[in-house]
Write a protein that binds this ligand. Structure first.
Ligand code: DGL
Length: 278
């Protein structure tokens, strides 16, 4: 308990993503749980993580979480699916107990798997994500742990992140690429689809059009916000007390371009963004 007791002020919530995509999750936190102090860290100098090796993703994730701990977060949410898929389990089982036994790190996969598995209409579940997320098999593992009868079909969609970052959300090439990624899942007649990447909610309308009416595309940010609310209630020992709504932003690359994009994503003005070295 020393770590916690000695740091009574560590009552902030950290939100980490490889880049800006995690702002889609932060946006929901700010809407559904406004009265907390958040710190958002986007590792924009090293994004994308989606095509990197498990070892690199693990070491980058540890650096980011440690930065947020040092800034006063007792709880860090890894909003990045790739980092959640490739690093979280090992980080929770090995690094955290040895280094920060009283702090907590949560990811996005468990809450999404739980939301999907508890809806009994979801028998065949599709998952799209980066190469690293899909190669980890984390979604299949988490969903099957909850209900082994469910069928899970995972599909890597590596070109979507660069297209979204280039702002080509409604472009013809994005539609063609989306159709080819979604075709194998359509052929399996999936009845729900997980958008297992921070960026994909920006393509939600287009995805829904292609995949058809029968498929539910859950709003991942909402699900994660609901799960965080519940977690905070169950873990008063983390001392994450409600505070005047605030969010500080950190980036590992140019703060100016971060600010422009983040203000567009969040639809609000951001006062200060600091550049840091991880
Ligand atoms: N944030 C990543 C994810 O959710 C997408 C961007 C990246 O590849 O780093 O998987």
């Amino acid at each position: 308990m020393l770590d916690l007791l000695n740091n009574k002020k560590n009552n902030l919530i950290g939100v980490f993503d490889s880049g800006l995509g995690g702002l889609s999750v932060l946006k929901k936190f700010l809407k559904k749980l406004p009265n907390y102090h958040y710190i958002y860290l986007g590792d924009t100098a090293r994004v994308p993580y989606g095509d990197k090796s498990p070892e690199i993703i693990y070491s980058y994730t540890i650096q980011a979480v440690e930065f947020l701990f040092k800034k006063g977060c007792n709880l860090v949410i890894i909003a990045c699916n790739t980092a959640s898929a490739q690093a979280l389990r090992k980080l929770q089982q090995e690094w955290l107990p040895n280094n920060y036994p009283n702090r907590r790190v949560l990811g996005v996969i468990k809450p999404l798997a739980e939301a999907i598995a508890e809806n009994t209409d979801n028998k065949k579940i599709g998952v799209i994500g980066t190469n690293a997320t899909i190669n980890s098999g984390a979604y299949t593992r988490e969903i099957k742990e909850l209900n082994p009868k469910l069928k899970v079909y995972e599909q890597a969609a590596p070109l979507l992140v660069p297209l979204i970052e280039e702002g080509r959300i409604n472009s013809p090439e994005t539609k063609i690429i989306l159709k080819s990624y979604l075709a194998p899942l359509k052929a399996k007649k999936i009845n729900s689809l997980i958008l297992a990447c921070t960026h994909y909610p920006y393509l939600q309308k287009e995805i829904q059009k292609i995949i058809g009416k029968v498929v539910i595309v859950p709003d991942t940010g909402d699900i994660i916000a609901i799960s965080l609310k519940d977690y905070l209630k169950r873990h008063p020992e983390l001392n994450i007390v409600s505070a005047k709504a605030a969010c500080d932003f950190y980036t590992s690359d140019n703060p100016k371009s971060f600010k422009d994009l983040a203000e567009r994503f969040l639809e609000k003005r951001i006062k200060s963004i600091s550049r840091i070295e991880l």
